[in-house]
Design a protein around this ligand. Sequence first.
Ligand code: PEP
Length: 251
Amino acid sequence: MTARRPLIAGNWKMNGLKADAELLAGGLASRYKALQKPAFDMLLCPPATLVSVVAGHIAGSGLVLGGQDCHASEKGAHTGDISAWMLRDLGCGYVIVGHSERRADHRESNAVVKDKAQAAQAAGLIAVICIGETEGERDRGEALSVVSEQIRGSLPAGATAQNTVLAYEPVWAIGTGRTPTPDDVAEIHAEARKVANQVMGGGGESLRILYGGSVKPSNAVDFLGLTDVDGALVGGASLKVDDFWAIAQAC
Ligand code: PEP
C-alpha cells in the first residue's frame, strides 16, 4: 500500500484581521519550522484578504497555503470572485472547493464544484474537494450514496492523487460540536476511496482523504488513527495555535 502523508488543513473561514493572521500563522510557522522532520503537511486557508499576509509569515517554514474557494474561469467579468491563478500567484499550493457552506450559501452544485476543481488543477493547485451528507440524509440512511454521488459529480477528468484531496465533512458535524462515530467515518472513507479510485481510473490508494467536522484536540486521535483517514480539515479549532497544533500531534 502506498504511504499517504497526513495533511492537517485549517479553514479560517471569514475570520481574522492582519494582526490575527500574524499571531496565528507566525505561531504555527515557528513550531513547524522547529520540527526536524515533520511527519505531516500543515495547510493554512485564510480568507482571501489575508493570503498575502499569511504568505509573508510562513515563508521558509514549510507550511503550505491555500484559498477557500476559486472561480472556474481564469479571469474575466466576475465581480468579487478570485481565480485559481490569482491564488497561485500569491503563493498558494491548494484551494478548497465545494465546502458545504458554499454549496448551501451559494447553491454550488457538483457540476460547479467540478469546474472549480478543474480550474484549480489547470492553475497547478491541489483541489481540496469537500463532500458530506446533511443530517436528514444520514437519518434516511443515504450517507454512503450521497457521498458517492458527490464524488462522481465533483471530481474532474484528470483528477489524480497528486492534484486532488478529498475532505469528508458531514454537514451536521460542522461547527456543531457533534461528530460521527469513528466507525461511521471509517465506513464512509473506505467507500469514498473505492469510488474515487473508480472515477480516477486507479490511484485511489494514494489519494488523501481528510475528515472534517468539529475536530478538536480531545477527539483528533479518534479520527486520525483510522486507516483511511489521512488528515483533518479543521474550522473553529484552526483559529487557535495551541488547539490546531495539538490536533496535528495526533497524526
Ligand atoms: C469546516 O468548516 O471545514 C469545519 C470542519 O469546521 P469545524 O471544524 O468548525 O466543524
